[in-house]
Each structure stands twice: as structure tokens, then as C-alpha cells.
Ligand binder design. Structure first.
Ligand code: MG
Length: 324
């Protein structure tokens, strides 16, 4: 792409160092040194225009910031500490220089928010739509990473923050309805729960964990399969924001957005019931709501229970980018 080298030079000049980055942008590879006794965590993500985002709704600044957050969220889900981010960028002709500048501003704001450094990447002209390929690396002490596979029957199931706000925002925008600034923030400016993930891992509080990107229903299914357990979830205990509750009072079916909506970027984790007091204290310290929504069970399958004990089945499936 024209100006590719000047664009990369612009990024290189703004990229800040990191104690672990021994060689940054400008050579054939970057080089990182992981602290003694730690292991490297790596996650990668592809974001495509008109599949994962729409440029007529999202400004380039928010888009870049969100792209950093959703990738850092995967580090949070393992209890990792951020090290480096690599950006692959395909830019269509329709994406002008002014939009690219906004994108770069949002990118560096996101990097600063999570103290993660830009350590490399590549850029070219895209024939069709904006393409973002992001890889993040972090580290954690060997033995402290929290996978999806550590859940055991009888443990509590917890979730951070509130559920369904991002999906409710998207649904209202799709229907050309107004949306509160709080709901808009949850959709366009999600925050990775990095400090929480680190605390849960380093203090040995979570036995299994993941971040909620595709919706509680689908993501909890991943945790249950990996851990070889089932779960009962009490839907009257789902943490909901005041905005979400106000809409829910008029449209009870919206509860399915809290179950299946996606893009919450909260942490879902299992914990020994003996850790309840520790988790309450952690919630106050963060400060961030942590809510016990149910229990893992020896019986396979995922069951949703209503306040009266009857079973509930959501009508929408988990959000699927490739579903028509
Ligand atoms: Mg994830």
C-alpha cells in the first residue's frame, strides 16, 4: 500500500518500550524476554469489516480501542499479564488518511490503558473491507495460569460485571432505536477485566475461567466440555445493569440477550465454595461486582432454572459470526 513505510515509521515512533521487549519494531523479528519462572501466553484474533464490525456505526478510534480490549480480554481470561501486541492491518482505498490517524490514536490509547506494547505487525492494501489481525502475548507464573478445564462438580460458577448490555445495544441499533450512553459504552468501549483475571489466578481463587465473547450460553458450554462437568444456572441471579433491567421489565424475552447475546467481555469462572468470602472481598477491592450464578454438577448438560425452580430454555442460540 502507498505510504506503507511511512505508516510503519509513524507506528514505530509512537510505540513505547516494555521492560520485557528486548527488540521492538524495525527488524525481521521482535524479541521478548519472559521473566524467570513464567511462561508465555499467546492469543490471536481476526476482525473483518461487515462481519465483526461496521464502519458506518463504529468510528475508527473506538474500533481500534475495542480491538485491543477484546484481545487483552483473552490474556485476562488466563490470568496473564500483558507483554506485546502485533497488528496486521489490511486497509481498503475507501479508508482515508484521516480515518487511519483516528485508528492509530485509538490503538495507542488502548495500548496505554493495558500497559501493553506494540512489538510488530504488517500492513497492506485490502481489496475488500478493513481487515484487522491482532496477536497478543502475555505471561504468567508457571503453575498459575487458569484454563477452561479445571472446573469440578460442586464448585460455584461466578461471573464479573453485568451481562447482556452490549447485545442489547446492538439489537437496538439494528432496530434503529435509541440507546443509553451506558449501553453504548458497553458495546463500543468494552474493558478487559485484566486486574480481576490476574487476582483470580495469582490468589488461586478460580479453578477454570474464560472471557465471555460469544455469550454466556455458548462460552459456558466450552468450559463445561473442557472440564467434563455440567451446570445449573439460576437465571434470576444473572447480574443485570439498571438499563438492562428497565428494558427487561417491558420485554421479558430480552433475558435471552443476557444468556446468548455475546460481546460481554466479562470473566466467567468456577471456584471452590470455600472461597466465597475471599471472592466477596476481591469484588469490593476491585471494585467490580462478582456474582455467583449457579453450580457445576456431575450430571452433564447445562440447565437454566427460574426462581420457582422450573427449567428455562433460551430461544436464541449462541451468537455465531458465520450463521446466516
Ligand atoms: Mg476468549
Amino acid at each position: 500500500m502507498a505510504g506503507e513505510f511511512s505508516f510503519i515509521e509513524k507506528l514505530r515512533q509512537r510505540a513505547e518500550g516494555h521492560a520485557s521487549l528486548t527488540l521492538g519494531i524495525g527488524d525481521d523479528c521482535s524479541a521478548l524476554q519472559v521473566p524467570d519462572g513464567h511462561e508465555l501466553l499467546t492469543s490471536t484474533d481476526l476482525l473483518l469489516e461487515n462481519v465483526h464490525f461496521r464502519l458506518d456505526w463504529t468510528n475508527p478510534h473506538d474500533l481500534a480501542h475495542k480491538a485491543v480490549s477484546v484481545n487483552v480480554s483473552d490474556l485476562a481470561a488466563m490470568g496473564g499479564r500483558p507483554l506485546a501486541l502485533y497488528l496486521g492491518l489490511g486497509v481498503p482505498r475507501s479508508f482515508g488518511a484521516g480515518q487511519l490517524d483516528l485508528f492509530v490514536d485509538g490503538l495507542f490509547e488502548g495500548l496505554a490503558d493495558y500497559a501493553i506494547c506494540l512489538a510488530g505487525g504488517d500492513t497492506c492494501r485490502s481489496a475488500n473491507g478493513l481487515v484487522l489481525a491482532i496477536t497478543v502475548q502475555g505471561h504468567c507464573r508457571i503453575g498459575q495460569r487458569v484454563t477452561r478445564a479445571g472446573g469440578r462438580a460442586g464448585e460455584d460458577l461466578w461471573v464479573s460485571g453485568t451481562l447482556g448490555d452490549s447485545a442489547l445495544c446492538l439489537r437496538r441499533l439494528l432496530a434503529r432505536q435509541s440507546c443509553s450512553t451506558a449501553l453504548m459504552a458497553r458495546h463500543f468501549r468494552p474493558r478487559a477485566r485484566l486486574a480481576l483475571g490476574q487476582a483470580l489466578a495469582e490468589e488461586g481463587l478460580a479453578t477454570a475461567m474464560l472471557d465471555l465473547s460469544d455469550g454466556l450460553d455458548g462460552d459456558l458450554g466450552h468450559l463445561l466440555r473442557a472440564s467434563g462437568v455440567g451446570a445449573r444456572v439460576n437465571i434470576n441471579q444473572l447480574p443485570l445493569s439498571s438499563d438492562f433491567r428497565a428494558h427487561l421489565a417491558r420485554q421479558p424475552e430480552l433475558i435471552d440477550l443476557a444468556l446468548c447475546g455475546g460481546e460481554d467481555y466479562e470473566l466467567l469462572f468456577s471456584a471452590n465454595p470455600q472461597k466465597r468470602a475471599d471472592l466477596e472481598r476481591l469484588s469490593q477491592r476491585m471494585p467490580l461486582p462478582l456474582t455467583c450464578i449457579g453450580q457445576l454438577s456431575a450430571a452433564s448438560g447445562l440447565q437454566y432454572l427460574q426462581a420457582d425452580g422450573s427449567a428455562y430454555r433460551p430461544t436464541a442460540g449462541a451468537f455465531d459470526h458465520f450463521a446466516d
